[in-house]
Design a protein around this ligand. Structure first.
Ligand code: NAD
Ligand code: MG
Ligand code: ZN
Length: 277
C-alpha cells in the first residue's frame, strides 16, 4: 500500500469496488464518516450521475468521482461546499476533493465539442475528452493566476475585495492574460488594482486553487513608487500595514497567508512557514 493521495488516469470504470465521492452544484455529499463512500453502495443510491471518472488512489485504494446532474436526498447525508472542507477538514481529504472538483467542472463543461458542438467521449487512460469529428482533445483547464505581497520595509500592502469576509485583508491577485509572462501579469495587476509600481519581483512558490481551476503563482515584490488608488468595484480598500499591527488575514492554508507569514518570519526572525500543497 502506498500511503497518501496519488492522482491517476488509469482507473477503469468497469472494474467494481473502491471509494467514490459524489459532487453536485451544492458541493460534496457527506455523512458522519466524511465524503468518501464505498463506491458500489453509492452507485445503488438514487443519484442522477452524468459522468464517472477514476481520479486516484488514497492509501492504495481507488477513488472515483460521480458527477451529478443535481443534488439528491440521501438518508443521513448532506451536501457541503469545497471551501468548507478546505477550512475545517483533513488536508489530504481536501486535496482529493479539490482534484475531484476540478475534474468534475471540466467534465461538466466539456460534454460537447467547442469546435463543432457534437457530444464528446472520455478517452480511456488519459484525462481528455475527445471529439471524433474534429479529432480534438480537450484537457482539464488550469488558469494561471499571480498573487503578490508588496512590501516596503516594515510595511506590507494588503487590500480588501467587496467579496471578502468582513474585516479580512489579503494580498493582490489576478489572472494571467494571453501574451503575458507571470511578471508582466503581476506588474499589470498591481497597477490596475492599486496604481503602484513594484521592483525586485521574487518567486516564492505555487499552489493549486480549485475555485474553480486556478494555479496560484506566488511572489514577493518591493514597492517602487506611486500612491495607493484602489480600483473602483474590485478593491474596496487597500492600505500599508505595519508588520506589528495587522488586520484579520486570509485562511491559514492559502498561499496568500503563506506569502504574508513568510515575510513576517523573515522580517522578525521567526521560523519560516511551510506552504500547504
Ligand atoms: N489561494 C489564495 O490564497 C488566493 C488568494 C487570492 C485570490 N486567489 C484566486 O486567484 C484568482 C485570481 O484572483 P482575482 O479574483 O483577484 O482575479 P482578478 O483580479 O483577475 O479579477 C477577477 C476577474 O477576472 C476575470 N476572470 C475570471 N476568470 C478568469 C480566467 N480564468 N481567466 C482570466 N480572467 C478571468 C473576471 O472578469 C473576474 O471578475 C481567483 O481564482 C482567486 O480565487 C487565491
Ligand atoms: Mg484581483
Ligand atoms: Zn468537434
Amino acid at each position: 500500500m502506498t500511503p497518501g493521495w496519488i492522482t491517476t488516469t488509469l482507473l477503469d470504470n468497469d472494474t467494481p469496488g473502491g471509494w467514490a465521492v459524489a459532487r453536485s452544484r451544492d458541493g460534496f455529499l457527506h455523512d458522519t464518516n466524511g465524503p468518501l463512500f464505498p463506491r458500489e453502495w453509492l452507485k445503488r443510491q438514487d443519484l442522477s450521475v452524468f459522468a464517472e471518472h477514476g481520479i486516484g488512489h488514497l492509501d492504495g485504494e481507488p477513488v472515483y468521482l460521480l458527477e451529478l446532474n443535481a443534488p439528491a436526498e440521501v438518508p443521513d447525508c448532506s451536501w457541503q461546499g469545497l471551501r468548507a472542507f478546505m477550512l475545517q477538514g483533513d488536508h489530504t481529504l481536501y486535496k482529493v476533493l479539490g482534484y475531484a472538483a476540478q475534474i468534475g467542472t471540466w467534465a461538466r463543461e466539456h460534454r460537447f465539442c467547442g469546435s463543432c458542438g457534437q457530444a464528446m467521449v472520455q478517452v480511456p487512460r488519459e484525462r481528455a475528452m475527445y471529439c471524433q469529428a474534429c479529432d480534438l482533445r480537450s484537457y482539464p483547464r488550469i488558469s494561471p493566476s499571480m498573487i503578490v505581497l508588496v512590501t516596503r520595509g516594515d510595511e506590507i500592502l494588503l487590500a480588501r475585495s467587496p467579496r471578502f469576509v468582513t474585516g479580512v485583508y489579503s494580498t493582490l491577485a489576478g489572472f494571467a492574460e494571453p501574451g503575458e509572462s507571470a511578471e508582466d501579469c503581476l506588474i499589470r495587476e498591481v497597477r490596475e488594482e492599486v496604481q503602484l509600481e513594484v521592483k525586485n519581483i521574487q518567486y516564492m512558490g505555487s499552489q493549486c486553487w480549485p475555485f474553480p481551476h486556478s494555479m496560484m503563482l506566488g511572489f514577493h515584490a518591493e514597492y517602487a513608487g506611486g500612491d495607493i488608488v484602489p480600483q473602483a468595484d474590485e478593491i474596496e480598500d487597500a492600505q500599508w500595514f505595519n508588520v506589528h499591527d495587522l488586520p484579520p488575514l486570509p485562511a491559514s492554508r492559502s498561499i496568500a497567508r503563506y506569502l504574508i507569514d513568510l515575510y513576517l518570519a523573515r522580517r522578525l526572525g521567526h521560523a519560516e512557514p511551510v506552504l500547504p500543497g
